[in-house]
Design a protein around this ligand. Structure first.
Ligand SMILES: [Zn+2]
Length: 224
């Protein structure tokens, strides 16, 4: 089967994203994506809402449940078939991932401003893949992540880390699947049948995200 197009790192308003899960789903379909993972901070809620909406509306998009867990050492992406309870302790989280058949992937590992794990990725075992390209991270950090994935012999994933819908799909991964199912997405990534596509936002889009996030934060501050 050919490769499908996937963006596996997207935020919604269930964490610090601007858009609803429904808006994310429609933006992903408009951009020609076949698979997405919604990965809100420390919650599967955005992903569950997106997946339920897609199933209810019979839309042609596969939604993998995701969660960007803020561990004591930095951000880690967890992709699971069903919700699991997470842990801030990295060792525990790796164990939870293994016990539940999830994928565990260091997010933007060398972007310190974005709370990447840094060299800790070399000290822990059990990674399923590495996010080698994050469209919202700096280029130097991405280059270091590509190098690390080669050293550790782990598959590389490229994602947008979108917080506004315009970012969705800017960077993405091609995953080879024998059938379109969440189980097969997990299996294919685990086996390294994934190719990252390195993309970056334009200057105008970077500016737009900045303005939107400032407005969003101001609105949140006023409404809480
Ligand atoms: Zn993120």
């Amino acid at each position: 089967m050919p490769y499908v197009k996937a963006d596996l790192h997207i935020h919604t308003a269930y964490s610090d994203g601007v858009s609803s899960p429904l808006e994310v789903v429609h933006a992903a379909i408009d951009k020609g994506l076949n698979v997405i993972a919604v990965t809100d901070h420390d919650t599967f809620m955005g992903a569950v809402k997106a997946r339920d909406y897609v199933k209810r509306s019979r839309l042609e998009l596969l939604v993998l449940l995701g969660n960007e867990v803020r561990t004591e050492l930095g951000d880690v992406l967890l992709y699971c078939l069903e919700e699991v309870s997470t842990s801030k302790n990295l060792l525990n989280l790796i164990e939870i991932s293994r016990d539940n058949g999830c994928l565990i992937v260091p997010a933007h590992p060398f972007d310190i401003l974005k709370l990447g794990l840094g060299n800790a990725i070399f000290e822990y075992r059990g990674w399923s893949a590495i996010e080698v390209w994050n469209a919202s991270a700096n280029k130097r950090a991405n280059r270091m992540a590509i190098k690390a994935s080669k050293e550790l012999n782990l598959p590389g994933i490229a994602s947008s880390d979108a917080h506004i819908v315009e970012y969705i799909g800017i960077a993405h991964s091609f995953i080879e699947l024998s059938e379109l199912s969440e189980e097969e997405v997990v299996e294919s990534i685990r086996k390294g049948r994934v190719k990252p596509y390195f993309g970056y936002p334009s200057f105008n889009l970077t500016l737009k995200r900045f303005v939107k996030s400032v407005k969003h934060r101001a609105w949140r501050a006023l409404s809480t």
